[in-house]
Design a binder for this molecule. Structure first.
Ligand SMILES: Cc1cc2nc3c(=O)[nH]c(=O)nc-3n(C[C@H](O)[C@H](O)[C@H](O)COP(=O)(O)O)c2cc1C
Length: 189
């Protein structure tokens, strides 16, 4: 059994990946024999949505484009629990992640029906350099987007994480939030 971990950060072992790992490690303590399958989007070659609308053919199951994201989208369809991570870039998710979110348009069929089987849970781990007053709207925006695709979504956001500084020790409240989200995620496995 696997948790699908999708990182939208170009840095594999820094702020965003560290926050994702807190959630994943917490989930692992609640389920035996579970591991994370990591996809570092930055290591993959893929394009954004081409607006071809081939995904709206009744026989399609998701985006039809055959590049590295096709595999990720297939695993998303098959996995019950996802952890998606992103640094905030210019007030939004990273470009690496935005292209994947656009390609998730294919998870909606021709009659706006959800092609993702229900019961999937996703934790989105957001890190940002600014304090919590900045980008306050982003967590709700991302959660709403994912919930429209039929997912149950929860967000964890770590602030005051400058890009130039070493990865700090996470605060006690972030650790507790990650522990609770790990338990919540594990219940989907
Ligand atoms: C191109 C770029 C744009 C950024 N834009 C923002 C921003 O708009 N708001 C913010 O709070 N932090 C911003 N940051 C800081 C990162 O979001 C933050 O340091 C994040 O934790 C880095 O994650 P990483 O260690 O996984 O790369 C930006 C960093 C970069 C490199």
């Amino acid at each position: 059994m696997n948790i699908l971990a999708i990182s939208g950060s170009p840095r594999p072992a820094r702020n965003t990946a560290s926050l994702m790992k807190l959630v994943i490690e917490a989930a692992k303590t609640h389920v035996s024999d579970v591991d994370a399958m990591w996809c570092n989007l930055n290591d993959m070659t893929y394009s954004g949505c081409q607006s071809c609308l081939a995904c709206k053919e009744p026989t399609a199951k998701s985006c039809v484009r055959k590049d590295a994201l096709a595999f990720v989208l297939d695993v998303m369809l098959a996995s019950q629990a996802w952890v998606i991570g992103t640094p905030v870039y210019m007030g939004n998710v990273s470009g690496q992640l935005k292209l994947l979110l656009d390609r998730m348009y294919g998870f909606m069929g021709p009659n706006r029906e959800n092609r993702l089987p229900s019961g999937k849970k996703v934790v989105v781990a957001i890190t940002q350099g600014a304090d919590e007053e900045c980008h306050k709207e982003l967590p709700d925006q991302i959660a709403a987007l994912l919930e429209r695709r039929g997912l149950e979504a929860r967000i964890i956001r770590a602030c005051n994480m400058p890009v130039a500084a070493p990865v700090p020790e996470f605060s006690q409240s972030i650790k507790e939030e990650a522990a609770a989200l790990g338990r919540w995620l594990a219940s989907a496995l």
